[in-house]
Design a protein around this ligand. Structure first.
Ligand code: TPP
Ligand code: MG
Length: 346
């Protein structure tokens, strides 16, 4: 499509996309500050340069907060999708700071949380396994005759696991209403994509499983939105599982502790020129979808929101020691933490 096409989106929606993009980046930048101050408990995984993939894809789905909408399984690099599905910024900060007030009450330190009303479930750690979980969830939608679909994100590296192949095959055979979003950022920690797979594009993997697949420039939020919107319509209409590859580049290390010395700096520089947020900003101004003042106001609003949320969450309490024994076993006998109650003798 031409640079001038807004893909049928109105001014308010175009602005909402910009707000979601800037929120993703500003929230992660705020986390970096918090990490330097010693408040972030675990690793910090940035999505720099990948924001448009998560935002454009999630924007194309039906987002509700009453348990009737589409369902998302995000990754650490798809925080933008989580926010669009109603994940609260404060909870996002609470998780990274392992606060007792966070959704998982300080048990882990990033996005492993869920909300079935809003329709999202965070990743389990073994890569590739969210395909199976989402195949199960979306199979339920199909069996109940609901019009809901699912979307599962995973990295290029995750798609070389056994779980991925088995899960995708099951979803394809069962015609699960599920969109697989491959975040092809060209690295799986220090492993480049060509050591991970021999296919030229991850879209080539679709036909092997009998499913339709697309590949899209993951730095172009409108292209992503349009591609996923069309994929979602097919999936919802009964075609079953589809795959969409997002092409972009991991511009920072795997996590903040990784200086990625194994990556050619010229490549990083090249991808900096294709920054998804700067590109979309220019396009909005060029096409008069927004004024400079409107965009600056969104940036200011998002920055302030992140600053205020972070300042208040920092003050919240860490988890209580004794609370660590909850949620491990059912029928917990608090007097005997870490042990399972003896089975009743018949
Ligand atoms: C089955 C399994 N193997 C290894 C790991 C450790 N691990 C966590 S993230 C990661 C790299 C993932 O790369 P990719 O899937 O491309 O996602 P990206 O980090 O690039 O977004 C690895 C090897 C894991 N969590 N699960
Ligand atoms: Mg990767």
């Amino acid at each position: 499509m031409s640079d001038r096409s807004s893909y049928g989106l109105g001014r308010a929606e175009l602005h909402e996309l910009y707000r979601a993009l800037t929120l993703t980046r500003a929230a992660e930048e705020r986390l970096e500050i918090l990490q330097k101050q010693g408040h972030v408990t675990g690793g910090l995984y940035r999505s720099l340069g990948q924001e448009a993939g998560a935002v454009g894809a999630a924007f194309a789905l039906r987002r509700r907060d009453d348990g009737t909408g589409d369902f998302l399984a995000h990754t650490v690099r798809a925080a933008g999708a989580l926010f669009l599905f109603g994940g609260e910024l404060e909870d996002f900060f609470r998780q990274y700071m392992a606060k007792g007030s966070g959704p998982t009450r300080g048990r882990e330190a990033n996005l492993h949380w869920f909300d079935f009303q809003k329709g999202f479930v965070g990743p389990v750690s073994p890569l590739g396994t969210m395909i199976e979980i989402m195949a199960g969830i979306t199979l339920t939608f199909r069996m109940r005759g609901e019009e809901r679909i699912g979307m599962v994100f995973y990295g290029d590296g995750a798609s070389s696991t056994g779980a991925w192949h088995e899960g995708l095959n099951f979803a394809a055979v069962q015609r699960c209403p599920l969109i697989l979003m491959v975040e092809n950022n060209q690295w799986a920690f220090s492993t480049p994509t060509h050591k991970n797979t021999r296919v030229a594009t991850f879209a080539d993997k679709g036909p092997g499983y009998g499913i339709g697949a697309d590949s899209v420039d993951g730095t172009d939020v409108l292209e992503v939105f349009d591609t996923v919107r069309r994929a979602a319509a097919l999936v919802r209409a009964g075609e079953g599982t589809r795959l969409v590859e997002l092409r972009y580049f991991r511009r920072l290390g795997h996590a903040q502790h990784d200086p990625q010395e194994y990556v050619d700096p010229a490549l990083i520089e090249e991808w900096e020129k294709r920054d998804p947020i700067a590109g979309y900003r220019d396009r909005m101004l060029r096409n008069e979808w927004a004024t400079e003042e409107e965009l600056s106001a969104i940036e200011e609003e998002v920055f302030e929101r992140c600053r205020i949320a972070a300042e208040s969450v920092v003050e919240e309490p860490n988890p209580d020691g004794p609370s660590a024994v909850y949620d491990v076993y059912t029928d917990l006998d608090i007097a005997r933490p870490w042990t399972r109650a003896e089975p009743a003798v018949p």
